[in-house]
Design a protein around this ligand. Structure first.
Ligand SMILES: Cc1cc2nc3c(=O)[nH]c(=O)nc-3n(C[C@H](O)[C@H](O)[C@H](O)COP(=O)(O)O)c2cc1C
Length: 446
């Protein structure tokens, strides 16, 4: 059975020696983040001794394709089909009356900073931030639960700011604001990578209950429990939950903060959350994500790959694999592998990719003999299969991403497609060399 709780997953990784346990005291001010980021978010860390706090903190849980695939019991090649299947066939959650996340309940006045560590990451960040909390809201009909991650800067006592960039949730908040009402939220910490992954599924594309999608990814109905001070459900075995309300007509300055694209986001007024309760398990384990690390990028890339694959398949049914690269900040670069059956498939696949996602800037299409997860192999295809005057196209002045500095400078973004597939009639001239022997175990020879 796939681990459905953080504790079960940590136990498994501990027994498989995949969990890096840090016994030395680490300071949540820069040091914890620096140690976590030494593995770029690709390796799970367990910080046993966080300076000034009794609770341990974990990070780096969901930044490696292989580990993520293992955590939901699929082969790494099956990640995208599994995500698509989980969106199509979610598994409804199971409502329970009492839950470990209510082992401890703090109501009334409290200071978040004294309860659990809130790390500070980059030199110019404006303060300490929650970066990994899974924010739960109800959809406007009240029937579905939408989850997402929104960074929250600690403002003092029981308040944080919240950065919401998705138009759908932002408009939902504005609708509450017009009615002079707060928007209820709950923020979960201490969850398995599948819950982070499902939170990245686009609401406006799928309008699906993301906790049910998480259940489908893990392969079992997840237990949820009613919150104590807001009308929302949270995972019964989350480690820590903050319950609160985004206040209407209240804004606080937020930023700068080191963002996804590797630059500092600017300082601006953002909405404010006032928390009404903190609930947590006995011996709660805190969780964080290093901003912009693989752990932030991979879940975003995977859900984009699922959408990309589905869209390209509509006009190029012979698409084999797609890869939204980490170097391309999990949204600007895609490599698509196809089995070319008609001339034009390459450029058609790139066109379909641009139609699937406004953020994509550069798309490379390759044949089946190129490993799209190996940047050197992709570069090889560019070097020996592309003539720029014939195999590329550029669309100027299209829509881009506000997370991309060169787009922001101009207000529009160019799209470049590269068809690195070989001409259909010339496959023999492009046959790769091979050695009919092996694989070699050097131990047999040395
Ligand atoms: C680690 C991490 C941090 C994120 N931080 C933010 C953020 O601060 N603000 C934001 O709007 N989106 C952030 N995102 C992206 C949203 O979580 C994502 O767009 C959303 O979940 C997609 O669902 P939606 O369509 O309901 O918005 C973050 C994602 C990850 C993985």
């Amino acid at each position: 059975m796939n681990p459905a709780t953080l504790r079960a997953l940590l136990d498994r990784w501990d027994s498989e020696q995949k969990l890096l346990r840090v016994k030395k005291e680490v300071d949540p001010l820069y040091e914890l983040g620096a140690v976590l980021n030494s593995k770029q978010g690709k390796q799970p860390f367990y910080f046993e001794n966080v300076k000034g706090y009794h609770s341990p903190m974990v990070g780096g849980l969901g930044g490696d394709r292989q580990l993520l695939a293992d955590s939901i019991g699929v082969h790494v090649n099956q990640l995208i089909p599994k995500i698509i299947q989980s969106i199509v066939s979610p598994v409804p959650t199971n409502l329970v009356a009492s839950a470990p996340v209510h082992d401890n309940v703090i109501l009334g006045s409290f200071d978040l900073d004294t309860l659990f560590p809130i790390p500070t990451f980059h030199e110019e960040d404006s303060g300490s931030y929650y970066v990994s909390g899974i924010l739960v809201v109800k959809d406007p009909s009240g029937l579905k639960r939408y989850t997402s991650i929104r960074r929250m800067q600690f403002l003092g006592e029981n308040k944080t700011s919240v950065l919401i960039t998705s138009p759908e949730l932002l408009h939902q908040f504005y609708d509450y604001e017009k009615r002079n009402e707060p928007m209820e939220v709950a923020v979960m910490f201490g969850v398995v990578p599948a819950v982070v992954l499902s939170s990245q599924i686009s609401t406006h594309l799928y309008h699906t209950d993301k906790l049910d999608v998480a259940g489908a990814l893990i392969g079992q109905a997840l237990d949820v429990v009613q919150c104590r001070t807001v009308d929302l459900e949270v995972l019964a075995e989350a480690e820590i939950v903050l319950e609160g309300r985004v206040l209407p007509h209240e804004r606080e300055l937020e930023g700068p903060f080191g963002e996804l694209a590797g630059y500092y986001g600017t300082r601006a007024l953002q909405p404010v959350i006032e928390f009404s309760a903190v609930t947590y398990r006995d011996q709660a384990i805190c969780q964080t994500i290093f901003p912009s690390s693989y752990e932030e990028r991979l879940p975003m890339a995977l859900v984009r790959e699922a959408t990309l694959y589905s869209t390209v398949r509509q006009t190029v049914p012979n698409v084999k694999k797609v890869h939204i690269t980490m170097g391309g900040v999990a949204r600007f670069h895609a490599v698509i592998q196809i089995e070319k059956v008609t001339e034009g498939d390459g450029k058609q696949a790139a066109l379909a990719a641009f139609a699937s996602d406004k953020d994509l800037k550069h798309v490379i299409v390759v044949d089946e003999d190129v490993d799209i997860f190996n940047p050197e192999d992709v570069e090889w295809a560019l070097a020996v299969r592309v003539q720029a005057d014939q195999d590329t196209f550029i669309v100027p002045g299209a829509k881009g991403s506000p997370l991309e500095a060169s787009h922001n400078l101009r207000g529009v973004s160019a799209k470049m497609g590269v068809d690195a597939t070989v001409p259909l009639g010339s496959k023999d001239a492009f046959k790769r060399t091979s050695v009919p022997f092996g694989p070699i175990d050097l131990g047999d020879y040395l």
